[in-house]
Design a protein around this ligand. Structure first.
Ligand SMILES: Nc1nc2c(ncn2[C@@H]2O[C@H](COP(=O)(O)OP(=O)(O)OP(=O)(O)O)[C@@H](O)[C@H]2O)c(=O)[nH]1
Length: 396
């Protein structure tokens, strides 16, 4: 399952974001370090399900379909708060950076309201500049990874020269366990000094920065967007980071809970909700819902939580959803389930690669594939498109 790590300084709403996205319970409180261990749970990304367009009733297996929206599972990791100096062991230190590296993409949660200082302690709303937090967190991660990359550097470089080793492979070995591939390293090396013997500290830091940019894309979400001091900060942040997503994790939690209780109807990611049982809501609850509608949903188009997950997987990781089936006419598996599975595959993957993602055995026995929508056999170098329904034909 693809993993997204939720990171940031303490008290910005990481656990709230994690909770709202996974509906699991982790402790929440208004003081730093509520989260003392890495937490993992299943969240979903959402795409239109082909069932609606094809006018069929689907029987999802590895995912869920609600009103023609396919929810595909991903794993969310709630990483505890990072403070400046974390790479040197300050605060809760290195363990959390290790947790972070399990993921393919990072969501950096910042407190857009400026009501927490750089270490996450509560301060007067609007008195801290959240732009500072973006820089420090990126720097922490770079310096932590630089520490790993440059471990025993002098001895290592001597060995590379003496034994004619491939420097990319050596760097790859240094970073083992971080999910970084040799291809990432080769690409990251492109625009730095070609002769590794001439590399200085600044070159290695630059190389580290490149590796992270390529292998671990990070998005920024501006949380607590519901607070009055957030709007001006969000505008300022957008000037520097155009793709920042305003979120209100607390609003999302309130809406999800109200929907679970049957008081409203609401689907994550929507720009509205409908009150179902007005008589069961007290005046304060009604006021809170009205506040969310005006100050979050009308203003930003959604609470931002679902938008952030979708952005991470579909934009930053460039994944598409493909539906493998056995029967290309009925869109079913061998048990007759219609559109049973949706897979998040890299954009541009081939049917053979899809076969391997489904199962090694199917990959090994792959012969060719049929595009079920067009009822046509596709070429072996065919690049899968989002929403494709593919029948994989295997040997034996
Ligand atoms: N107004 C507002 N408050 C929020 C929002 N999200 C979280 N909070 C509040 O911010 C405080 C911190 O939230 P947490 O989710 O515990 O923050 P955290 O980043 O996980 O904190 P640590 O576990 O200490 O790292 C709590 O009081 C939350 O209620 C939001 O969207 N809007």
């Amino acid at each position: 399952m693809l993993q997204i790590a939720v990171c940031g300084k303490p008290n910005v709403g990481k656990s709230s974001f994690f909770n709202s996205a996974t509906a699991s319970t982790v402790e929440m409180a208004n003081y730093p370090f509520t989260t003392i261990d890495a937490n993992k749970a299943v969240a979903h990304v959402i795409k239109d399900c082909p069932c609606k367009e094809l006018e069929v009733t689907c029987n999802p297996h590895n995912s869920i379909c609600i009103d023609g929206k396919r929810l595909l599972p991903i794993e969310l990791i709630d990483v505890a708060g990072l403070v400046p100096g974390a790479h040197e062991g300050k605060g809760l230190g290195n363990k959390f950076l290790d947790d972070l590296m399990q993921a393919k993409v990072f969501i950096h949660v910042i407190d857009a309201s400026g009501s927490t200082d750089i270490e996450g302690n509560p301060v007067d709303p609007g008195s801290h500049d959240p732009l500072e937090d973006i820089q420090f967190l990126e720097e922490e991660i770079v310096m932590w990874m630089y520490g790993i990359l440059s471990r025993n550097w002098v001895r290592l470089i001597r060995k590379v020269g003496a034994e004619h080793l491939d420097i990319s492979k050596v760097l790859f070995d240094q970073l083992s366990g971080t999910g970084i591939t040799i291809e990432d390293i080769i690409e990251a090396k492109r625009n730095i000094e070609p002769d590794y013997n001439k590399w200085e500290e600044k070159d290695l830091i630059e190389l580290t920065r490149n590796i992270l940019r390529i292998a671990k894309p990070m998005m920024i979400i501006a949380n607590k967007a519901d607070l009055p001091t957030s709007a001006a900060n969000i505008e300022r942040i957008k000037e520097k980071y155009p793709y920042v997503i305003p979120t209100s994790a607390e609003s999302e939690i309130a809406l999800v809970r109200a929907a679970e209780a049957g008081l409203i109807s609401y689907i994550s990611g929507d720009d509205h909700f409908e009150i179902l049982q007005a008589d069961k809501l007290n005046p304060n609850q009604l006021k809170a819902l009205e506040y969310i509608q005006t100050n979050i949903l009308d203003k930003y188009g959604s609470t931002g939580v679902q938008k952030a997950l979708n952005y991470g997987i579909f934009e930053l990781l460039d994944r598409i959803v493909v539906y493998p089936v056995q029967d290309e006419h009925k869109y079913t598996d061998q048990k007759g389930n219609v559109l049973p599975d949706g897979f998040l595959v890299p954009n541009g993957a081939t049917p053979r690669e899809l076969a391997y993602i489904v199962h090694t055995d199917i990959g090994d026995k792959f012969m060719h594939a049929v595009d079920a929508r067009r009822n046509m056999r596709v070429a072996s170098d065919y690049e899968l498109k989002d929403g494709d329904i593919i029948s994989i034909v295997t040997r034996g």
